[in-house]
Design a protein around this ligand. Structure first.
Ligand code: ADP
Ligand code: ZN
Length: 525
């Protein structure tokens, strides 16, 4: 406690001002803090940057005893403790980075009731000796940060988090406050159950991040697209997510060769190397980190200007978390997804190969929502927020769809060109080959197969590769073409293509958006 025993207990508002230097609580904070001080359980769902830390720090200071904060990442603990100490709060962390001597000294002080707040890793907390020691220590509360890690449905399940449910059983009088930036209802309910929260107050804030502009473009030549994109960013920092370590290494090396200040980050690198990359990024020594999903939690960098997804994520939750690392300073930022129908087909195949049928079904549903976001023809922010049950009926004005709405055109002729081209080559070739024929390219491969003699050779000369790519994707999306993933991604016609070829039905397509526009993101009013 900050006050001495004789004085009145400091109130939350006073602490907000005196210690943290803020004049008012943000939405939800006061309510959450009040509940926790009163000794009740709480679950806080607020987006990254929403102000979750104060929700447990202030009650930990106000309530008698020490607040025990479970946090999964050492770097995160250190940052938090440093900031608290600067503000004059008695805080420390206990984790494997400490020497035995230092550890013992801190434990002694903890037992003596010296600290307001102690950060501890879940492994440490769950050790029997540690729990026994806590039984003889005055505890103000338990805060479980990144609480979604207890749930299989969250995007970052951790086995030791799962066991945190015992806290409530063993220390039933002590309030537990769970905090997460995950918004979906399944995970939320699971957290409540796993932590054994007792009729908790559930506070869910808005998950909208109005300063992030969402944008999806057809993945066409990803490396060139990414290079063009980064060049437009005026040296702003960004993260590029890829779905495999090999791709991360490859893309990072290529960007490096192009002269970008970039580095790779994935779980296959050793800890020192990863820490180095993280430091370089946080201190603006490198501009671009090419990473797998291993890069993220605990990256406390406020001025990330863009997040690019080279590959489509497996759920909106992951996508939201990853894009959420952009623009934490509230300034304009952008999330760009390179989307390709073929990637999508592959993801579905991976999911279906999973062992647990129930699990697969849920994952397929989650992925279907992600796909719907990528393919949306209406405001993307609405799609995103609706997914998190945050319904809004007005378009945002700060996504690609709002800024450049799809323009429909009568696509019967272009569809017929593509479909007949696929038919002429016996449905045995993949996208690029079909485009090469459409555009009448003089390639050896085509000539050897005699495909430069086809009636469809050169019927699509008037447009570039990217245009046809986009059209083919739209036709796949509409179920006129199927990508045969099992057979080198060759394109095949479906039954639905027949009436189109015969000209019996109309096909409305969206005018492809091609080049990446260089305009700057603007902050919405
Ligand atoms: P989260 O843990 O939800 O990602 P933080 O707790 O790190 O978010 O808070 C994000 C930023 O907002 C921090 O810089 C924090 O000091 C600031 N902040 C939190 N609450 C308030 C408030 N009531 N007034 C002003 N700034 C605040
Ligand atoms: Zn919009």
């Amino acid at each position: 406690m900050v006050s001495d025993a004789a004085g009145p207990a400091p109130n939350a508002q006073q602490i907000l001002k005196d210690i943290f230097g803020y004049s008012a609580f943000r939405d939800g904070q006061a309510e959450v803090i009040e509940h926790t001080i009163a000794g009740k359980d709480v679950l806080v769902l607020l987006p990254t940057g929403g102000g979750k830390s104060l929700c447990y720090q202030i009650p930990a200071i106000v309530r008698e005893g020490t607040g025990i904060v479970v946090s999964p990442l050492i770097s995160l603990m250190q940052d938090q403790v440093e900031q608290l100490r600067e503000a004059g709060v008695k805080a420390a962390y206990l984790n494997s980075s400490l020497s035995n001597e230092e550890y013992q000294a801190r434990v002694k002080k903890l037992q003596d009731g010296f600290y307001d707040i102690i950060y501890v890793s879940p492994e440490r907390l769950l050790q029997r000796a540690f729990l026994n020691m806590l039984s003889h220590t005055k505890i103000a509360l338990f805060a479980v940060d990144e609480a979604h890690c207890v749930s299989h449905w969250g995007h970052d399940f951790r086995q030791d988090y799962r066991e945190l449910g015992m806290l409530k059983q063993r220390f039933h009088d002590i309030p537990v406050i769970g905090l997460t930036a995950t918004a979906d209802t399944t995970t939320q309910q699971d957290i409540q159950i796993q932590l054994g929260l007792d009729e908790p107050l559930v506070y869910k804030g808005s998950f909208d991040r109005p300063n992030i502009r969402y944008r999806v473009i057809a993945k066409y030549k990803p490396f060139e697209q990414i290079v063009t994109y980064i060049r437009q960013q005026d040296g702003g920092s960004g993260i590029i997510y890829c779905n495999s370590r090999a791709k991360v290494d490859d893309l990072s090396a290529k960007l490096h060769r192009q002269g970008f200040r970039s580095a790779a980050y994935h779980a296959g690198m050793d800890a020192d190397e990863r820490a180095w990359v993280q430091r370089q990024f946080i201190t603006d020594k490198i501009d671009v980190v090419v990473a797998t999903v291993a890069f993220g939690m605990g990256i406390n960098k406020s001025n990330v200007r863009f997040v690019v997804h080279h590959d489509v994520p497996r759920s909106i939750e992951s996508y939201y978390q990853e894009t959420g690392r952009a623009g934490r300073d509230g300034l304009p930022a952008e999330a760009l997804l390179l989307f390709d129908e073929k990637d999508s087909a592959r993801v579905k195949q991976w999911i279906e190969q999973g062992n647990l049928a129930d699990r697969n079904a849920i994952e397929l549903q989650k992925f279907a929502a992600m796909e719907a976001f990528a393919e949306a023809q209406t405001c993307r922010r609405q799609v995103l927020l609706n997914y998190f049950s945050e319904f809004s009926d007005k378009a945002c004005g700060n996504c690609d769809i709002c800024l450049d709405p799809p323009r429909p055109f009568d696509g019967l002729q272009v569809a017929q060109k593509v479909l007949s081209c696929i038919l002429r080559v016996q449905q045995q070739y993949a996208t690029q080959y079909i485009i090469d024929i459409l555009r009448g390219k003089n390639l050896k491969r085509l000539q050897e197969a005699g495909h430069d003699k086809l009636s469809t050779w050169g019927i699509g000369k008037d447009h570039n590769d990217q245009y046809w790519h986009n059209i083919i994707n739209q036709l796949i999306h509409r179920g006129l073409i199927r990508v045969d993933i099992a057979s080198h991604a060759v394109l095949r016609l479906t039954e639905a293509a027949r009436p189109v070829l015969k000209g019996e039905i109309a096909v409305e397509l969206a005018t492809p958006r091609l080049e990446i526009k260089a305009e700057k993101p603007v902050k919405p009013a």
